[in-house]
Design a binder for this molecule. Structure first.
Ligand SMILES: C[S@@+](CC[C@H](N)C(=O)[O-])C[C@H]1O[C@@H](n2cnc3c(N)ncnc32)[C@H](O)[C@@H]1O
Length: 262
């Protein structure tokens, strides 16, 4: 990403800091309870040691990772090693704990994750509810193989890997699924790709379904698309946590938008 493109994200960050509120401004009992529970779970959970041990190993692994990037690429580097990806390209421990906390709160049966990368966040999702299944999608075969080994090492049987461009793989898999209870969009960081993924997934979201969109301020295009998405008629409640956004589809919830911190 060029400096000019990065500068274009400044208004999106400013908007966040001007609009963020705390729990005292939450009038909806559902939102108040959800937010309090999520914050409490995140502060209680320290991460899963077996997974963090794998992350630590990755952080010192200089093995190159080749293959084309089917997304918008990295902001930090073009040459990739496992260590660089582990440092700059995947969810942090706290971000993984947030995902695992959401799984614990909602007990989703079918989870769709777009963007597997090294499979660390995937393992957190799968580990938080072993009755659910994680369908995870990745375009880089080397990463699919690495993530597959992570799940083997952790003896996780509830992960299904799909290799290929999500534009080709996701529609067919969604066709086979009756519904999706939780979706995490964290793959191609281009606004138009986010728009496509959102529209495919929203048709399958269960009534109590939850969608997480990562890196909503990664670029001006991602942020523009996020703003369009929260206005979609199928989305009721939406929450902006600066890096991530959450979307709810339950028609009993009021159409509201909150800007919050964790
Ligand atoms: C930010 S990383 C995912 C991080 C992971 N979800 C986590 O939380 O740790 C994005 C991944 O999406 C993959 N990706 C990007 N565009 C894609 C596409 N069009 N099809 C399949 N995979 C794609 C990249 O190869 C990369 O591994």
């Amino acid at each position: 990403m060029s400096l000019t493109q990065a500068l274009k994200t400044i208004p999106a960050h400013l908007e966040y800091f001007l609009e963020v509120v705390n729990e005292h401004s939450l009038q909806s009992p559902f939102v108040y309870e959800f937010y309090a529970n999520l914050k409490q779970l995140i502060s209680k959970e320290g991460g899963i040691e077996e997974i963090e041990a794998i992350r630590r190993k990755f952080l010192t692994d200089a093995t190159p990772v080749t293959g084309t990037d089917m997304g918008a690429g990295s902001k930090v580097s073009t040459s990739k090693t496992i260590a660089k990806i582990a440092r700059h390209g995947i969810s942090t421990k706290r971000e993984c704990v947030m995902l695992a906390s959401l799984v614990k709160m909602f007990n989703p049966y079918i989870i769709v994750e777009l963007g597997t990368s090294l499979g660390i966040a995937t393992a957190y999702l799968a580990g938080a509810n072993n009755k659910g299944t994680v369908f995870t999608f990745e375009g880089n075969k080397e990463l699919v193989d690495i993530a597959g080994k992570v799940s083997e090492r952790l003896s996780m049987k509830n992960i299904r890997f799909f290799h290929g461009n999500i534009d080709d793989t996701l529609p067919g898999v969604l066709n086979e699924l009756e519904k999706v209870d939780m979706a995490i969009i964290d793959a191609n960081h281009r606004g138009e790709a986010l728009w496509r993924y959102f529209h495919w997934l929203k048709e399958k979201m269960s009534k109590a379904g939850l969608m997480v969109i990562d890196d909503i301020r990664w670029s001006a295009g991602m942020y523009r698309t996020w703003k369009e998405i929260i206005n979609d008629e199928k989305v009721t409640l939406s929450m902006d946590f600066h890096k991530r956004g959450l979307l709810f589809f339950d028609s009993h919830l009021n159409k509201e938008h909150y800007v919050l911190s964790l």
